[in-house]
Design a protein around this ligand. Structure first.
Ligand code: CTP
Ligand code: CA
Length: 216
């Protein structure tokens, strides 16, 4: 069993010393990589910048990237050989249309940046998915949670989407705990309690492996 996991944020450079990025510790993705490896899978962990050490488990190969473009290239190289894809990264939706070669100086009272949309890693790879492959996405929503999550499931060709609701106290990117619902392409929904991210990862891996064995 081979698993691809994307994790962490991406950093999109503005100039040599600045970037646009987002709050993501990478903990959920790293916990998923560990949980799949604990079940005997070989895992490629494509990670944006995090303060976490590379997982020590020899079944996990960690590839470090900075930008969404780099994350896409690394993931696309592994995806055809992987049985299961897990897109846990918090990819920056937009990047500066061009990175300045030199440090931007504090010249004016305002600064306008032009941003362009980044590649949708999960969505683009989703169109290449073979019937026997299984794709898992994440959705972090503040409103219309189920509808938005199911829309992502369809658009990105996920088999299962992990919905994080920011309405739940103690859940999300600022915490070590998470409360998730798993929404499946077949219409099934499983709601889990608030738990440490390592326990959430085990729940997700258990469900994904059970579904994968019956899949295709
Ligand atoms: N994702 C991705 N590449 C992107 C954006 C998102 O691979 N450029 C993946 C995420 O890793 C996650 C899923 O797509 O598994 C949903 O991410 P999310 O940010 O919720 O979706 P977006 O399509 O970016 O929609 P929006 O931010 O507008 O809600
Ligand atoms: Ca997004």
């Amino acid at each position: 069993m081979r698993v691809l996991v994307t994790a962490g944020p991406t950093y999109e450079p503005l100039d040599p010393v600045r970037f646009i990025g987002n709050h993501s510790t990478g903990k959920m993705g790293y916990a998923l990589a560990e949980a799949f490896a604990a079940e005997g899978a070989g895992v490629t962990l494509v990670s944006g910048p995090t303060s976490l050490p590379d997982p020590a488990n020899p079944r996990i190969t960690t590839q470090r990237v900075q930008t969404a473009d780099e994350m896409y290239a690394a993931a696309a190289a592994v995806a055809p050989e992987a049985d299961i894809w897990v897109f846990a990264a918090a990819v920056a939706d937009y990047k500066p249309s061009q990175a300045a070669e030199n440090k931007i100086k504090k010249d004016g009272d305002t600064l306008t940046l032009e941003l362009v949309k980044n590649v949708d890693i999960a969505g683009t790879l989703g169109h290449t998915k073979r019937p026997e492959q299984y794709s898992v996405g994440f959705a972090l929503e503040t409103n219309n949670e189920q509808a938005y999550a199911l829309d992502k499931l369809r658009r990105k060709n996920f088999d299962l989407v992990v919905l994080n609701s920011l309405r739940d106290a103690g859940a999300g990117f600022r915490h070590d705990t998470n409360k998730v619902s798993l929404l499946e392409a077949g219409g099934q929904t499983t709601i889990f309690e608030l738990k440490p991210k390592t326990a959430v990862a085990r729940d997700i891996v258990e469900t994904v492996l059970a579904r994968y064995s019956r899949h295709a």
